[in-house]
Design a protein around this ligand. Sequence first.
Ligand SMILES: [Ca+2]
Ligand SMILES: [Ca+2]
Ligand SMILES: [Ca+2]
Length: 268
Amino acid sequence: MLVAGTLGRSAWTLPNANAEFSGETDVALDGAGNLVITDIVLGGKDDLLDISISGTNLRVHDPNHTLVSHPGETLVDIHTVDVPRASITGNIQVNTLNGTDSFTVDSVNGNPIVAGGAIFNGGNGTDTIGSSGNADYGLTDTKLTVGNRTVTLIAVEAADLKGGAASNTFTVSNWTLTAKLDGQEGGDVYIINFKGSGAGSVAINDTGASGTDKGNLQWRNRGRQLRHHQGHCQARQRDSNLPTAISRKSLLTARMAMTRSRSTMLPD
Ligand SMILES: [Ca+2]
Ligand SMILES: [Ca+2]
Ligand SMILES: [Ca+2]
């Protein structure tokens, strides 16, 4: 959209009128009952989207950008659109296009992913799938499961998964990208399956002060790295098919430390 006008003898233009007047991210139901969320800024922007349940609605939110609503939806404020969950009979499609984007599934009020699942297409740039709240999570290069619901990942390069106050299980398999896991409070379980080739990394940084966290690390190939830090332990194994003596010891230390209660973990 281009708006032009005159003021006295001068002409003025507002070249970014679309963003000024309409918003920067479109939130629309299509004819098939899919909820389609799209970056509509020319050239893209850095989206910081999250979805959650709000009563009978699915809430779409971006604290940094303005959203566009349509009839049947509620514009709560310029950063927040509510969509009746009953009207989302298909899936949720998130197309963030250009930019360093993130899309977070927030289960604070229950799992917001509809039965038809979601598709997060990050587009160009380094994009992150995120989570928060109580659920069990499964992560691969192409899919995040949140409880019994699925988010298909396309052109997504990183994951930043957080749990909630209860016990949460994180299972990472066939992962060649960059992931951060934080179960927060409660006794959380981390199951990391390092298999195949590739340069994937998983960092576990459990910030919860309660519960006994457990790690199950399966190391079957080269080129992988795992760290469990925040002052507890760190293990690396970058080399060959079998761990070296040093890295085997580190791995065992990591296993032992992660299965102990937090208060008895070894210092760095
Ligand atoms: Ca974007
Ligand atoms: Ca991308
Ligand atoms: Ca937890």
